[in-house]
Design a binder for this molecule. Structure first.
Ligand code: FA5
Length: 337
């Protein structure tokens, strides 16, 4: 074979390899090209190598040089392509590449439930009046839910049909889901000395049938103030301040004489809404029996307490006609607040 033909074969090999490698788009294509051109067994360079022996002896050294040059050139090209695939992919984007210039998917933010918003707002208003927020347990004993609040054993409020009693071991003291947040008054007074200004917002449970103004699980806001010289006038101004800060200045409130075992005198606190009066909660001066139960001297200290339904005041504020809507978990409803 003439050396010119041999060199022409090598040229054709380099051109074909260069063209083919230029089209390689991924690792599999690269491997395929490597086998086709440089494969040790049946690659195209291997076939050309066999032609070397067909050259006349004097042409063989020059043929060998051309051969090695072609091999080195294609090997280098192969390395370049590999480099492009691994590191410089962005230079030649492929169909499944990520376009970082596109706008991202919008993130949909949730927001705070209207009852939680109400709780936080009431805490804020009461904090401005000097009332510290405290918490109490939802599972209670009879002392804190009833006895210390002057609700004796035979009182109808303790009826198992009106409370969620828990199953306890035989002989153990009964436990129940608290039916009112007044339990927290007792827990605080047992551990602290007057003067006291606390507010407690949390869940309470009663086996009431759900309707537009009742739910078996609801929230109460409990307020307690124990300071020398406290009167009903202080109670009324705190409740009015809470109502007008939370609902706006034009809110109408009224007090009706009532009875709670743990306050004397006692009142019920109503707000006007849509031409009707709705009961928001109970209140009164802390009964001396309660002060004595927690170890205070009723001749020395006095104070007031109140307990309001959070769902009721939230419904009044947001214009919600049925408190069950707060717990249906319908996002179309909840998104409005
Ligand atoms: C009490 O629970 C007393 N602890 C309130 C109190 C505290 C009086 C401190 C005196 C001093 P009552 O049972 O009336 O009272 O409940 C208070 C408020 O909770 C009601 O006026 C009402 O707004 C709300 N409420 C009662 N039951 C439900 C219910 N099932 N669903 C939603 N709200 C309710």
């Amino acid at each position: 074979m003439a050396i010119e033909s041999f060199v022409a074969e090598l040229e054709a090999f380099r051109e074909a390899a260069s063209e083919s490698l230029g089209r390689v788009a991924d690792g599999a294509g690269l491997e395929q090209a490597r086998i086709e051109f440089l494969g040790a067994r049946s690659g195209r360079l291997k076939a050309i190598q066999k032609l070397l022996s067909g050259l006349v002896a004097t042409d063989r050294p020059a043929g060998g040089r051309h051969f090695n040059e072609a091999k080195a050139a294609v090997t280098a090209l192969l390395a370049d392509v590999q480099e492009r695939l691994v590191g410089g992919g962005a230079a030649r984007p492929t169909a499944d590449a990520i376009d970082v210039t596109l706008p991202g998917d919008p993130v949909r933010l949730g927001h705070v439930h209207p009852i939680t918003q109400t709780i936080r707002r009431v805490q804020e208003i009461m904090a401005r009046l000097g009332f510290e927020s405290v918490d109490g347990p939802e599972v209670e004993d009879q002392w804190h839910n009833f006895e210390a609040l002057a609700i004796p054993a035979e009182h109808p409020a303790r009826d198992p049909l009106d409370n969620f009693y828990l199953a306890v071991a035989r002989g153990a003291d009964p436990l129940l889901l608290r039916s009112q947040t007044s339990t927290v008054q007792i827990r605080v007074m047992e551990n602290r000395r007057p003067p006291l200004r606390i507010v407690s917002l949390g869940r309470v449970y009663r086996p009431d049938t759900a309707d537009a103004t009742h739910y078996p699980m609801f929230h109460q806001v409990e307020g307690l103030l124990i300071e020398p010289g406290t009167t009903m006038a202080h109670l009324k101004s705190v409740l009015r301040q809470l109502a007008s800060s939370f609902l706006g200045g034009d809110v109408h409130v009224r007090y009706r004489p009532s009875f709670f075992p743990f306050t004397e005198p006692s009142v019920e606190f109503d707000m006007q809404w849509g031409g009707r009066w709705i009961e928001m909660g109970g209140a009164g001066m802390v009964d001396p029996a309660v002060l004595a139960a927690v170890g205070y001297d009723p001749d020395e200290v006095s104070g007031f307490a109140f307990g309001l339904g959070v769902e009721r005041i939230a419904a009044r504020r947001y214009g919600v006609a049925d408190i069950r809507d707060f717990y249906r978990n319908d996002v179309r409803f909840l998104r409005q607040f």
